[in-house]
Write a protein that binds this ligand. Sequence first.
Ligand code: G3P
Length: 231
Amino acid sequence: MMYIIDSANLDQIRECVEYYPVAGVTTNPTIISREKTDFISLIKSIREIIGPDRMLHIQATSHDAEGIVREAVSLQGIVGGDFYIKIPVNPEGLKATMALKKMGIKVTETAIFTQQQAMLAAIAGADFVAPYVNRLDNIVSDGVHVVGEIVDMFKIHDIKTKVLAASFKTVEQIHKIAMVGAQAVTISADLFQTLTYHPLTQYAIDDFIADWESCYGKVDILQIIENQKNK
Ligand code: G3P
């Protein structure tokens, strides 16, 4: 499963890329607008940090298919590398997806809430579909169930489109999405930390340090090797 950062904050992206096995970055107009900065230099900086091989998903803001296609072409030229245009799933979005498919530009259809939205997006040619897990849970639907059915439906119909689950608030949601077979999750920088931390892990680490130091003092293995060489 791929882990993606759902953020346009350069510090957060830098940190996540350094510490976690991150496959790319997703943004949307809400995430971009939080940074309150020049859009073009922001997306160029994100590309610079993540390099050309990680995915960068940027959402179109035009409301009609023709505008979405033009934005996709321009954005691909600006950021290069492994680029995906994110398009909300509505009739104009589907029309744009079909056109972009023919042009060889990769598409992530987003803001997906139902299995049939995902199916239509996939058949239109989307490379990824992005269902919103927590927003489904918030309306007393079941985000994991919806994503699980999308994954199964794609398998039944031999559809190659991948499921990039989005909108997460808890580790439990992420784990359950992994268990139903989604190929990717996009999560906040905070959730990367929450996923990693466990008090018993920290306790174990503290114990290892205390036991080591009680025998060898405050030296690490590298220092011991260096000392050995200098003898
Ligand atoms: O990638 C889509 C995601 O950003 C939506 O998340 O937390 O606003 O529901 P959220």
